[in-house]
Design a protein around this ligand. Structure first.
Ligand code: AN7
Length: 350
């Protein structure tokens, strides 16, 4: 039985007392080959989807949260706090519930997907909506965690990044080596930082012999790293990555430069197109922000970026069910009719 990332990778995640480990058996997510998507985007490359929506709370955040909350418990903490565009708060709420401690989550009012809000609430977190964006919320929770005995579990907490390295380990374990390219959506830039650190840790331990190029994609309306300036008013349909001043900005640039990769922007239209494509062609439902990784591969393919023969892993960071509103908005409305065969067949076009 899978034991969660901490116990599956004990060489990388060390705990002197196993009782402090807080896990909901996160990780072990599938690496799904996406041949129909590749055929459509670029038949010369192979695309794999690291489907992080299948983590316990439906996003990659669980990998970091198991580490951050376990370390908080180890240190005797009784409460955690985070700012969030939604997924971090869902994960923090669940892991705090599991650990029997309190969670306080601060979210931007009106700008978080419905499923994520539901998660934070049902797990019993104290949810505070601020009249500002994610960056404003992060400033407040940082201040609070500095002055009160409440552990910050945003990715400024280094244990979050530690745990998220496990995504890279699993990909190498599945493929037997790293892919040539690894594509990710970039928001606060913790995940691209963590994957790169994970690949490097696997290289240092002799488990792999080379490293992938990291390619990250921000939404155009929230693309501070691409534009080299803070976005005071970030805007994108992909609310998970609606972030104007990423906490791991410099580390993401390092990952980009060391790996000889890139960080580029994709438009909301490109994100939505990729979101629909992966759902319709592969049966894999991710949230809009996750599809930025695929939108980026589409954009780069069209520019002739790939030579052919490369394997490209796209991390699909969160489950599509988190954001039902966007799925419904871009799909065609179901037709209503009487429960009679002829009428139903008529609607079906027979
Ligand atoms: C689905 O939950 O920042 O670049 O507060 O939920 O590591 O920030 C979420 C980010 C990509 C970006 N995809 O990852 C939060 C939060 C999804 C996300 C990102 C997020 P980072």
């Amino acid at each position: 039985m899978w034991k969660g990332i901490i116990r599956e990778y004990p060489d990388f995640f060390k705990f002197s007392n196993d009782n402090n480990v807080v896990t909901i058996l996160e990780g072990n997510t599938p690496l799904i080959p996406a041949p129909r998507l590749a055929e459509k985007i670029n038949p010369q490359i192979s695309i794999f989807l690291k489907y992080e929506g299948l983590n316990p709370t439906g996003s990659f955040k669980d990998r970091g949260m198991t580490m951050a909350v376990s370390r908080a418990i180890e240190a005797g903490s009784k409460a955690i706090i985070c700012a969030s565009t939604g997924n971090t708060s869902a994960s923090a709420a669940a892991y705090a519930a599991r650990a029997g401690i309190r969670a306080f989550v601060v979210i931007p009012e009106g700008k978080i997907a419905l499923g994520k809000l539901a998660q934070a609430m049902i797990h019993g977190a104290k949810v505070i909506k601020v009249l500002g964006n994610f960056d404003d919320a992060l400033k407040v929770v940082k201040q609070i965690s500095e002055e009160y005995p409440i552990t910050l579990v945003n990715s400024l907490n280094p244990h979050r990044i530690e745990g998220q390295k496990s995504g890279a380990f699993e990909i190498c374990d599945a493929l037997g080596e790293p892919p040539e390219y690894h594509s990710l959506p970039v928001g606060n830039a913790g995940n691209i930082t963590a994957y790169w650190a994970g690949y490097k840790a696997y290289l240092d331990s002799g488990k792999i012999k080379n490293l992938p190029k990291m390619i990250g994609f921000q939404a155009e309306g929230a693309s501070p790293i691409v534009q080299g300036r803070v976005f005071e008013k970030p805007e994108t349909i992909a609310t998970a990555i609606r972030i104007g001043n990423p906490a791991s900005w410099k580390k993401a640039e390092q990952a980009r430069d060391e790996s000889k990769g890139l960080i580029d922007a994709v438009s909301d239209d490109e994100i939505l197109k990729a979101y629909k494509m992966v759902s319709c062609l592969e049966g894999v439902f991710c949230e809009p922000a996750s599809a930025a990784s695929i939108a980026g591969v589409i954009k780069k393919s069209a520019q002739g970026f790939f030579n052919g023969g490369e394997r490209v892993v796209c991390t699909l960071t969160g489950h599509g069910l988190k954001d039902p509103d966007n799925a419904i908005k871009i799909s065609s409305e179901p037709v209503t009719c009487e429960p009679e065969m002829r009428k139903v067949l008529n609607v079906l076009g027979f």
